[in-house]
Design a protein around this ligand. Structure first.
Ligand code: GLA
Length: 400
């Protein structure tokens, strides 16, 4: 068969297949501001999750009505086995198949809006995104699933609603009270840009990131079982601080609106006061970064805000740990590093470093070596480029 004939046969066989990609994200600045209605800066990275959707009923005999209700999920990256379920009975999964909850939550949200296929299908995932590194593979999984399932149903959604639906899946089905940072950044990413999100109004925009700068991730690999519950505790503490603060300052509808003086004047328990200070000052740092970027401030000036953010996370929000503090401190003293800070939820995870183009792999190895000396553990590092956001991909245009 000639190459062109192969291609035609492939096109014929795969005409109903659907394909999407969603990138991972780096939280650039704005720690724990999203669910507090603040402003955050994220960056979509050049690695993510691909999702192929194949309608299942196409070649089945019509009497096989059972298959119409069945669908399956497979990912070689998460668990090298197929998970099967029924469209009319979607339930939370545990243990080795807990990764499917991100897809199942999305499917449920789509079903509730009448945007899901009524017949069975298969979703097949593949990923070049390192997991458990703080790059939000969960949001990438949600967005890639949503885009592919929508295509299978012959439907579509505006990007903003797509991000919001995926967040809702994570809040309600997975059960994490996260904000819109992860899904919003993965959805609205743009090459050579950061994603700015006004999380109160859910307004998304892109800010050009200075060229000749690089972004690195140093992953401690520390993740303990309590991370999700510690995240929820911080969420709860912020809500409590707001409730108490509003009794004295009812005009402030969110924690980011309080000034330092107002917070100091409140009789808050010590932990709540610290959380409130972090949120209020972190919001100022995001605004200063954004304004500085617009005014053309040098990256080494802007980068100081990242280092300050880390210190505040460590001292006030108390979501750092000695390993993250060490990495941040080591990185922030290098001239090639504009700013380094813990990224994402915290309590372990990773530090991101925004650097000049002179920061090299040798520098990265030196950091890894110093960390090994200090903690007797080997950590991994990754360098990323900014990338475009979640998108439908044309199967025939994929390399290989
Ligand atoms: C996690 C959550 C985000 C955000 C960050 C902290 O990544 O998923 O919504 O709250 O933590 O800024």
């Amino acid at each position: 068969m000639k190459k062109e004939d192969y291609k035609m046969a492939f096109v014929e066989d795969t005409k109903d297949w659907c394909f999407s990609f969603a990138p991972g994200r780096i939280e650039f600045l704005g720690n724990h501001l999203d669910y507090n209605g603040g402003d955050v800066l994220g960056m979509a990275v050049n690695a993510g999750i691909y999702c192929l959707g194949v309608p299942d009923c196409e070649n089945k005999p019509p009497e096989n009505t059972k298959s119409k209700n069945r669908f399956s999920l497979f990912s070689e990256n998460f668990e090298d086995a197929v998970w099967e379920g029924k469209l009319d009975n979607i339930e939370r999964q545990d243990e080795k198949f807990s990764w499917t909850n991100y897809c199942l939550g999305v499917l449920k949200e789509l079903q509730e809006r009448d945007l899901a296929p009524s017949e069975g299908f298969r979703l097949i995932f593949t990923s070049n995104l390192p997991t458990s590194v703080g790059l939000s593979s969960s949001a990438a999984l949600e967005l890639a699933s949503a885009l592919t399932i929508l295509q299978l149903a012959g439907k579509s959604l505006p990007t903003k609603e797509l991000a919001s639906l995926c967040r809702s899946a994570e809040n309600h089905f997975v059960g994490l009270p996260c904000g819109i940072l992860d899904q919003g950044t993965s959805a609205f990413g743009k090459k050579d840009h950061l994603v700015h999100i006004d999380c109160k109004e859910e307004i998304f925009s892109n800010l050009p990131i200075p060229l000749d700068t690089k972004v690195w991730i140093f992953n401690t690999g520390i993740k303990h079982d309590l991370v999700d519950s510690l995240y929820s505790t911080r969420h709860q503490e912020c809500m409590e601080a707001l409730e108490i603060g509003q009794k004295s300052f009812p005009e402030n509808d969110r924690l980011t609106k309080f000034t330092d003086e107002q917070i100091q004047s409140l009789s808050l328990p010590a932990n709540l006061k610290k959380r409130a200070i972090h949120i209020s000052q972190e919001q100022k740092r995001v605004s200063a970064f954004r304004n500085g970027l617009a005014e053309g401030l040098e990256p080494y000036e802007l980068g100081k805000l990242l280092a300050e953010s880390h210190d505040s996370s460590s001292l006030n929000f108390e979501n750092s740990c000695s390993e993250l503090d060490y990495l941040s401190q080591e990185l922030n003293q290098l001239t090639e590093v504009y700013g380094a800070r813990l990224t994402g939820g915290g309590f372990g995870g990773a530090v991101m470093a925004w650097t000049s183009k002179n920061f090299s792999q040798t520098n990265a190895h030196e950091i890894v070596f110093a960390y090994k000396e200090k903690f007797n553990e080997t950590i991994d590092w990754h360098q990323f480029e900014s990338s475009d956001g979640a998108r439908i991909e044309n199967l025939l245009e994929q390399p290989g």
